[in-house]
Design a protein around this ligand. Structure first.
Ligand code: A2P
Length: 418
């Protein structure tokens, strides 16, 4: 009756603030809303997290994959975590038999590295695969961190949308000199804008997808490119000054930039011969599509390429980044479908409308196991694109939910939306 109560041990899930790039993927993915953030950190509520691991595979940096054994009563609170600049050291647990009393739910999961894939959840952040295609090359991640950024030099910065349009989108080329920066198409990097935020802290990194292929913006050079839209308003249309996008768009040749990364281990292209790509994007979501297309273009004469089908949404032709170079690509190399929503004299079209219009060709590609699908751009298009893929599939009497599961399991359907 007087036996001591068992003291519970919690394997507490934590996010490393030094590596996290604040991309919001974990918060969107968490099926129980255990992850939250403020202007400083992304954190996990120990009272809600059940250790389901759903957030771990999608995290592009691995910062999500941190665990500390703590006494339940001493768990780090959300408030503690919001104030952190770095993770606390592992603390030794008191050597008492009480600890045998139980390890809580979040602790009952296997080690993260050995964790099984999460069960697919219903939310759209889980609509894509959490594994890369089987033949993707091995990516490097986190070679340069907030603590150890590298310095790149701007070697090009020019506008890729019509000068008279509202969409000020820039193509920015960064050179890494002698320092190694191995990347793959579909990966991203972080840029550390100079200066401090409203709280006087250094700005955290902003993430940008690469627009160039693995062998450089210029083949054989140690450089890469980004597609950056100058942010002058928020999603609701209210005036807003994008700290990093304005910094980047205003850079001059020979300026230097602090870079971290690379990031991303799933939104990667297949590496095996005759793999087909269906690429669906809006605006600056074209960056990874440009990288993948350019990879294919550089080996156009090798006979290795599969088919490329592109659905690209923009307001008008003049607001579609890279319109000129894109239209110069041979028609038998890439099947280009432009969805223009505000072109005077034309009906409003979204990418999902064109997927339906080109249903027969999309179905044909979907029936080939060598086809991978990439979706990048506005968050709002996720639902529309999934609906369109469902309609197209069902028209041939196939069950979309089965195909969708196969595409996810085989790393053949990828989303990167914002
Ligand atoms: P819209 O003219 O309705 O804004 P942006 O220029 O804002 O980056 O948008 C790129 C393109 O994506 C625009 O043509 C925009 O159309 C379109 N778009 C907006 N919402 C969606 C959506 N839910 N699905 C697909 N495309 C969309």
């Amino acid at each position: 009756m007087n036996a001591p109560l068992p003291v519970q041990v919690l394997k507490q899930h934590l996010i490393d603030p030094e590596i996290c790039i604040r991309c919001n993927t974990c918060e969107e993915t968490c099926p129980v809303d255990a992850i939250t953030h403020d202007s400083n950190n992304y954190v996990v509520d120990p009272d809600i997290c059940n250790g389901c691991m759903a957030c771990v595979p999608p995290c592009p940096t691995g910062s999500i994959d941190n665990w500390r054994l703590v006494l339940r009563a001493d768990a780090y609170s959300v408030q503690d975590q919001l104030g952190w600049e770095e993770l606390p050291q592992e603390k030794a647990l008191p050597a008492t038999p009480d600890i045998g009393g139980g390890v809580e739910a979040a602790a009952a999961v296997p080690d993260a590295a050995a964790a099984p894939s999460p069960a697919p959840a219903a939310s759209f952040s889980q609509a894509g695969a959490s594994v890369p295609p089987w033949s993707a090359a091995h990516p490097y991640v986190n070679l340069y961190t907030h603590k150890t950024p590298m310095t790149a030099t701007v070697v090009g910065n020019y506008r890729v949308t019509g000068a008279d349009t509202e969409s000020d989108i820039h193509h920015i080329v960064l050179d890494f000199g002698e320092l190694p920066f191995p990347v793959l198409e579909g990966q991203s990097i972080g840029i550390l804008p100079p200066g401090v935020d409203a709280q006087g802290r250094p700005h955290h990194a902003r993430q940008y997808s690469l627009a160039s292929p693995r062998d450089g913006e210029r083949a054989g050079y140690n450089n890469l490119s980004l597609t950056v839209k100058r942010v002058t308003e928020d999603h609701q249309g209210a005036a807003a000054h994008g700290v990093c996008s304005n910094y980047l768009c205003d850079l001059a040749k020979n300026d230097t930039v602090q870079v971290i990364g690379p990031f991303g281990h799933t939104f990667l292209m297949p590496n095996h011969p005759r793999a087909n790509l269906i690429m669906i994007c809006t605006g600056t979501g074209s960056a990874p599509m440009r990288a993948m297309t350019e990879r294919y273009r550089r080996r156009i004469d090798t006979g290795e390429n599969g088919r490329l089908m592109l659905f690209f949404g923009a307001r008008t032709e003049r607001e579609l980044p890279y319109f000129g170079p894109l239209m110069k690509l041979p028609r038998d190399f890439i099947d280009i479908n432009l969805a223009l929503s505000r072109e005077p004299g034309q009906p409003k079209r979204y990418v999902q409308d064109l997927i339906r219009e080109r249903g027969a060709q999309v179905r044909d590609l979907l029936s080939d196991r060598n086809t991978c699908i990439y979706v990048c751009g506005l968050k709002g298009m996720e639902v529309g694109v999934l609906d369109a893929l469902r309609d197209v599939t069902m028209q041939s009497g196939q069950d979309w939910s089965i195909l969708h599961d196969v595409l996810r399991r085989e790393g053949r359907l990828h989303f990167e939306t914002y």
